[in-house]
Design a protein around this ligand. Structure first.
Ligand code: 4NP
Length: 162
């Protein structure tokens, strides 16, 4: 019997406490709404190790909760095996892209690294999910606007391939 491989998505940002855990939680929620949980493996990671083990930033947890999301992953750092274990490594900004592609050990690994903004629909033309960490609550809301839009676009693109 041929078993269909799961779609495996890793969301990556600098600290893994604001943008990428939000993207993980939003994507999981959208996949769940579509009844596709069994078809996906979704995780997030950070480029730095400063926040390893921590829950997402309380501001992102609060702003996400207002939209019905629960962000409760624990931060971890990216590792070399992520390039083998995931189909796509989705980064938030250009510095993330540079840092992650620098760790890719082959062209195949490098080609898995994509900007999350590539999947924006409503906000097409925006090319980064800005880091809200040193910003105010509106910066967290804006990051969530972009993340929701891109996750819908990504899910549409993947499920269009069924
Ligand atoms: P994130 O935001 O990359 O979206 O998780 C940040 C969180 C923490 C730091 C930087 C960005 N920091 O410098 O500690």
């Amino acid at each position: 019997m041929i078993t269909k491989k799961k779609h495996s998505l890793l969301f990556i940002c600098l600290g893994n406490i604001c943008r990428s855990p939000a993207a993980e939680g939003v994507m999981k929620a959208k996949v769940h709404e579509c009844g596709l949980d069994s078809e996906f493996f979704i995780d997030s990671a950070g480029i730095g190790d400063w926040h390893v083990g921590q829950l997402p930033d309380s501001r992102m947890r609060d702003r996400g909760a207002r939209r019905g999301y629960r962000f409760d992953s624990h931060a971890r750092q990216i590792r070399q095996s992520d390039f083998d274990d995931f189909d796509l490594l989705l980064v938030m900004d250009k510095a993330n892209y540079k840092a992650v592609t620098a760790q890719a050990s082959s062209e195949e690994a490098r080609s898995k690294v994509r900007m999350l903004t590539d999947y924006l629909v409503e906000h097409s033309g925006t090319d980064v999910v800005p880091d809200p960490y040193y910003g105010d609550l509106s910066d967290f809301d804006y990051a969530l606007d972009l993340i929701e839009d891109a996750c819908e676009g990504l899910l549409g693109e993947i499920s269009g391939n069924y």
